[in-house]
Design a protein around this ligand. Structure first.
Ligand code: SAM
Length: 286
């Protein structure tokens, strides 16, 4: 269905299906007609690619993806949107909607079942309340995805693309730079959404290379360490790790010392290689 950025069309759909926005689900729908075609084109929605979309809303981006991609599998948590999507995506036979929480779905299995023989990309206007958890989840599973293109709020975009080390970095910065090099493609003003949020957004993209730019011996434990390290901003590394893992402070102190770092160091002062060293000296003390 065309015109899904037209406010009157959206209002009509809402009235017909008795739908109202859920703030808790981060429902800010795109109404700027130039944004979705741009995301679809830059996000590799083409005849070689199967695309995973996270959070469809009324299907405004899904439409643009379906026009271009070989196949689209879109995951949407809100079951009230299902009848609307039945209407707005009716003309496409290459779209599958899954009514589920993306954090609870087995994406490896979904990819095996739905995208045999295709390259895979992820395109989404992410719900802002779980931007980082979704990105970390996509990264940590080493899914066979070649490119991720996502709209996020400005602050999340700054965090994703922050330098390492820097005060702006967080666990998600480390995770994304472990596998890739994120970049901001373009900015999107708050007025492009309905309802309009209090902040602007941007579209961030990263290609995934799993050919071991970095190599933690135990990757799952490395990511657990990184999450714990950045769980309490501005605390020292020893305090964050002993609280977040959790682990005895004296053992954490020993591990930090063995990694060749001062005991007063803060997580935002560390490089990825230093974080890998700390995760390895910690692992030996578990
Ligand atoms: N793609 C649409 C657009 O651009 O207008 C909607 C984007 S809106 C920012 C985020 C969407 O994600 C909403 O439709 C919301 O219901 C959905 N959502 C929120 N949490 C989710 C979750 N855990 N799993 C899947 N979808 C989720």
């Amino acid at each position: 269905m065309e015109n899904l950025t037209n406010i009157n069309v959206i209002r009509e759909l809402f009235e017909k299906h008795g739908f109202s926005f859920s703030k808790a689900l981060g429902q800010n729908f795109l109404v700027n007609p130039s944004v979705c075609p741009k995301i679809a084109e830059l996000g590799r929605a083409d005849k070689d690619h199967g695309v995973i979309e996270i959070g469809t809303g009324v299907g405004v981006l899904t439409n643009e993806l379906a026009k271009r991609a070989k196949k689209v599998v879109a995951i949407e948590i809100d079951d009230r949107l299902m009848p609307i999507l039945g209407e707005t995506l009716a003309e496409y036979d290459n779209v599958k909607i899954i009514n589920a929480d993306v954090m609870k779905i087995d994406l490896k299995r979904l990819i095996e079942d739905e995208f045999q023989g295709m390259k895979i990309s992820v395109c989404a206007n992410l719900p802002y309340y779980i931007t980082s958890p979704i990105i970390m989840m996509l990264l940590e599973q080493r899914l066979p995805i070649d490119c991720v293109t996502v709209m996020v709020q400005k602050e999340a975009g700054t965090r994703l693309c922050a330098k390492i080390p820097s005060r702006e970095m967080g666990a998600v910065t480390v995770a994304v730079n472990y596998f890739s090099q994120p970049k901001v493609l373009f900015n999107v003003s708050r007025g492009s959404f309905m309802p309009s949020p209090n902040v602007d957004s941007c579209v961030v993209q990263f290609d995934l290379h799993y050919e071991d730019k970095y190599a933690a011996a135990d990757e799952a434990f490395f990511f657990k360490t990184v999450r714990a390290a950045f769980s309490q901003r501005r605390k020292t590394l020893v305090n964050s790790l002993s609280f977040g893992l959790p682990m005895d402070k004296s053992k954490v102190n020993d591990a930090i010392g063995e990694a060749g770092l001062p005991l007063t160091v803060r997580p935002e002062q560390l490089t990825i290689d230093e974080l890998i060293s700390v995760s390895e000296t910690l692992k030996n003390r578990m």
